[in-house]
Design a protein around this ligand. Sequence first.
Ligand SMILES: Cc1cc2nc3c(=O)[nH]c(=O)nc-3n(C[C@H](O)[C@H](O)[C@H](O)COP(=O)(O)OP(=O)(O)OC[C@H]3O[C@@H](n4cnc5c(N)ncnc54)[C@H](O)[C@@H]3O)c2cc1C
Length: 332
Amino acid sequence: MGTLKFDVIIDGTSALAKIGALYLKEKGLKVALLGDNRKIKWPASAHVALNLSHLQMLSDVGINLSHTRFFDTIDVRMNHVPLIFSSSDIFYQNFGAIVELEGLNKASTKAAAKIPQITGKDWDQQGDYLLCLKPHRFENSPAAQLKHHVATALIMATGWESTTARQYFDNNEIFGILPTEKKNTFALIHCSAKKYDTSSLLKRLQKISAEVDSIDAFQDYQPIHSFHYDNYHHGRLIGCHNACHMVHPMAGFGLNMGLSDIRSLGYHSLNNLPDYASDRFTKNSQTIAILQSLYQLYCDPGFRASIVDFSVSQINQTRLLKSFFMTQAQSV
Ligand SMILES: Cc1cc2nc3c(=O)[nH]c(=O)nc-3n(C[C@H](O)[C@H](O)[C@H](O)COP(=O)(O)OP(=O)(O)OC[C@H]3O[C@@H](n4cnc5c(N)ncnc54)[C@H](O)[C@@H]3O)c2cc1C
């Protein structure tokens, strides 16, 4: 396509960088990875929820995951008021898949073994474009930032359904819980301004559900920022994933949004970068606006619990509204 050896060089060797390389290669581009193949030590709790079209995207580029669990029910509770999304209610077979990040890393490394890898600072002598996945090389205008503290762990709970994903909003704290491939074991993400240690977190969880027996692999609270930049392309730099946006981890969208960016880039290709940039900025702005307002509405101390409880119970009884929310959430 271009005058240099590679059409696009991908900055990084993370799982998403490798998936992106494989996907863009399938679209006919000459690609290389730039980086040092640094190993990330993933915590045992590191699982993500992927939507099924993204799971298909992985399989299309030769990444087949052996331990993938599907979930068909999402149990959301706002101050104990339930909002249950059941896939049979809204015509999906499953909502999505739960993927262990260590497994995804290994499988993508194996599938991308033949992608050329370059090191050094002269990417611009070797490729026409650099695709940035992290902000450090991608200059950007300021963006609104929202900070939260997140801890992760594994929870053991004997009575819980193994095909239900849970999201509990309780007294200005948020708990995201995904079933893992291990029996009675769930991956927890806890978002809270207040920090707990292992034993106080267990007591806190048991107040929400008496079925929680124990917790393990606790990873202490880390600050995480949410942001969105308005610039997805300038000059020979193309931005996607965390170079342009980072979202609240509770929503289960971070990796999904990165995969959607890559898919859009493959669709628009390098001849049409302004369209890629405007497509992704518009779609991601909508998703982020919904996620941020939900977070602020709930975690803002001024929030009116009774109004939210009432709205949640109304939505729970209205199949059409539930179907609308899930359709929006599936097309990140
Ligand atoms: C707690 C958490 C939950 C997430 N859940 C989802 C999800 O359900 N769906 C989705 O599409 N994206 C999710 N994401 C985003 C997704 O994990 C990252 O975008 C993806 O792994 C790409 O990683 P990266 O290479 O950019 O590394 P980064 O996101 O920069 O990861 C760096 C560090 O963050 C930690 N980390 C990242 N992801 C997780 C995780 N899932 N659990 C525990 N620790 C983690 C690890 O310690 C890792 O070393 C989540 C992110 C976090 C932090």
